[in-house]
Design a protein around this ligand. Structure first.
Ligand code: GTP
Ligand code: SPV
Ligand code: MN
Length: 599
């Protein structure tokens, strides 16, 4: 191990870890503030990981799962008040308040630094400080970007090792480029009253205190790859999005790549790992996984958008994952997996609601003997962390430094009523409006009420590092001479019937909808023109072998004019909340459609 022990009363001399003076200086500065007992520069090696895991097993941070059933896999139980992202404690700290926008909580940078530095003061006493150099994206891709996370949590180190390209190769790239995002993290006391996730996009800096949970603590993920990256992307002419990326290969061997933005816990991982229905498989259809959560896209020389997945692993929702719903995910997590806040069976296996493996949980996610009267056995936001390489559908193009060309962009959310199964935007501007107007019911991925409908534009409400009005303007700016932009669609897997059940079977059957989209991209598939866009008739999709009730057929493909009139009024009011900064083109588009609806 690369550990440097030091006298905790003195600041650390900077030269220890890197050839980059700026990095050493920052590490020394942080150490002088947080006063760790030791500093460890992570090299990402197997030996380093084994030592960390052994230490966490010894102190109870990790519980070993049954080695036969789940080789090299572990359960972590978080503090019970630290199980999800905390949007009310997440801040974007720009000099000008309006640059963060009404979509973010804002604090002035000086005030934010003072507030959170006071919490960091001496907080690593008695602990080791880990310095994690990481690369978001293939290590040799021009689209990738690097960062360094400093943390006092070995659990964070173990997760970052799976989720990013972490260690020596990343450090070498950072030293070459001289440029990196700074992320400072401490689990602090895990007190919800002393918890902040602060972003300083103008300084390419993140400071996160008081939570060990994924999106709050694995700073490469939402903090860097979305909030900071979205800011950088706007300045540099690219897009950082909360999107999965998948490839659909048809029986002729041609592959179309699709990027899809759904809010947290609304089906990205599931769609990214889709297994085609039996009939499609027999014909030779395949789906390839490129990414399940984040997508960085940039126009290529041919005018198309090229996308990379900046992540190296999956931090996926466990509940609902089964051999039936997502066999690829289940196969992926059989070994070398970290589980967080799932339940445990008597024989040491992970368990969650919807796993349907015929077993029963013995201990709930808090480690108490399972009592159905006390709620679910696994936390609804329990997760697995696993290397993407283990996924049977992992795309050979996922490591391509040039990225994959995107044929279609899909927006979607949980909409129990009104919104049909799928429709297509008329053009790019209309598509940007469709994304800007997205709504979805809230989920357990963030603390707060679940099942409340809110606007979540492009699934970026919690993640856009700047004013949504500027973000939509940035999206609109991609429509320029020479651009060959993807078609834009909207889907809704979550339409409900009168009995409260889902009307669409979802999961593997969603390929039928993707097939229709590809048909539209290639100019083959049919649709009906309506004010909200091009809607397929049931007969425009291949529904052979899908059992759909009368009610489902009637609602999934229907256009409810009166309902959409009300929806467009609400969309207009939402755009107005952003005042004059909202692009006129988007407001005009909203007005045109509202008029066509007769509202
Ligand atoms: P984050 O990691 O939070 O960004 O979530 P995600 O968008 O990757 O969501 P995920 O695929 O993990 O799905 C979350 C929940 O939605 C799970 O309980 C799934 O079972 C459920 N789900 C996913 N796809 C479908 C679908 O097509 N139909 C229905 N009814 N449920 C789905
Ligand atoms: C999400 O909430 O969208 C996630 C999990 O993907 S987290 O990393 O916590 O953001
Ligand atoms: Mn997500």
């Amino acid at each position: 191990m690369n550990a440097i022990t030091k006298d905790a009363s003195k600041p650390v001399a900077g030269a220890a870890g890197s050839r980059l003076a700026a990095l050493n200086a920052w590490v020394a500065e942080v150490a002088a503030l947080a006063r760790p007992d030791a500093i460890h520069w992570c090299d990402g090696s197997d030996a380093e990981n084994a030592a960390l895991v052994a230490r966490m097993q010894a102190d109870g941070t990790l519980i070993k799962l049954d080695e036969k059933a789940h080789p090299n896999s572990w359960l972590h139980r978080s503090h019970p008040d630290d199980v999800a992202r905390v949007e009310h404690l997440t801040f974007v700290c720009t000099r000008e308040r309006d640059d963060a926008g009404p979509n973010n909580h804002w604090m002035a940078p000086a005030e934010a630094h003072a507030k959170i530095d006071a919490l960091f003061d001496g907080c690593m006493r008695g602990r080791t400080m880990y310095v994690i150099p990481y690369c978001m994206g293939p290590i040799d891709s021009p689209l990738s970007r690097c960062g360094v996370e400093i943390t006092d949590s070995p659990y964070v180190v173990a997760n970052m090792r799976i989720m990013t390209r972490m260690g020596a190769p990343a450090l070498a790239r950072i030293e070459r480029e001289g440029r990196f995002v700074k992320g400072l993290h401490s689990i602090g006391e895990l007190d919800p009253e002393r918890r902040f996730i602060m972003h300083f996009p103008e300084e390419a800096t993140i400071k996160s205190y008081g939570s060990g949970y994924g999106g709050n603590a694995l700073l490469g993920k939402k903090c860097h790859a979305l909030r900071i990256a979205s800011w950088q992307a706007r300045q540099e002419g690219w897009l950082a999005e909360h999107m999965l990326i998948l490839g659909v290969e048809n029986p002729q061997g041609e592959t179309h790549y699709i990027a899809a933005a759904f809010p947290s816990a609304c089906g990205k991982t599931n769609l990214a790992m889709l297994i085609p229905p039996e009939g499609y498989r027999a014909q030779g259809w395949k789906v390839w996984t490129v990414g399940d959560d984040i997508c960085w896209m940039r126009p290529g020389a041919d005018g198309r958008l090229y996308a990379i997945n900046p992540e190296a692993g999956f931090f996926g929702v466990a509940p609902g994952t089964s051999a039936k719903s997502n066999p690829n995910a289940l196969a992926t997590i059989q070994r070398d997996t970290l589980f967080t806040n799932v339940a445990l069976t008597e024989d040491g296996r992970p368990w969650w609601e919807g796993l349907d493996d015929g077993r029963t949980p013995a201990f709930d996610w808090r480690g108490r003997p399972f009592d159905p009267g006390k709620g679910p056995a696994a936390h609804p936001n329990s997760r697995f962390t696993v290397s993407a390489q283990q996924c049977p559908s992992w795309s050979p193009k996922a490591e391509d430094p040039q990225g994959v060309p995107i044929s279609a962009i899909v927006f979607g959310g949980r909409r129990p009523s009104l919104v049909p199964l799928v429709f297509e935007a008329r053009d790019w501007t209309h598509g940007v409006l469709v994304g800007a107007a997205m709504g979805s019911e809230t989920t357990a991925a963030a603390t707060g009420a679940v099942g409340v409908l809110r606007r979540d534009p492009m699934a970026m409400k919690p993640f856009c590092g700047y004013n949504f009005a500027d973000y939509f303007a940035h999206w609109l700016s991609f429509d320029k001479p020479g651009a060959r932009l993807p078609k834009i669609f909207h889907v809704n897997w979550f339409r409900k019937g009168d009995d409260g059940g889902f009307l669409w079977p979802g999961f593997g059957e969603n390929l039928r909808v993707l097939e229709w989209m590809i048909g539209r991209v290639e100019g083959r598939a049919g649709a009906v023109e309506t004010p909200i866009g091009h809607l397929p008739r049931a007969s425009d999709l291949n529904l052979d072998g899908v059992e759909l009730s009368e009610e489902a057929r009637a609602r999934l493909f229907a256009f409810d004019r009166a309902g959409w009139q009300a929806e467009f009024e609400s969309i207009g009011a939402y755009l107005d909340e952003y005042g004059p900064r909202m692009p006129q083109a988007l407001k005009d588009e909203q007005r045109r459609i509202a008029q066509a609806l007769g509202g």
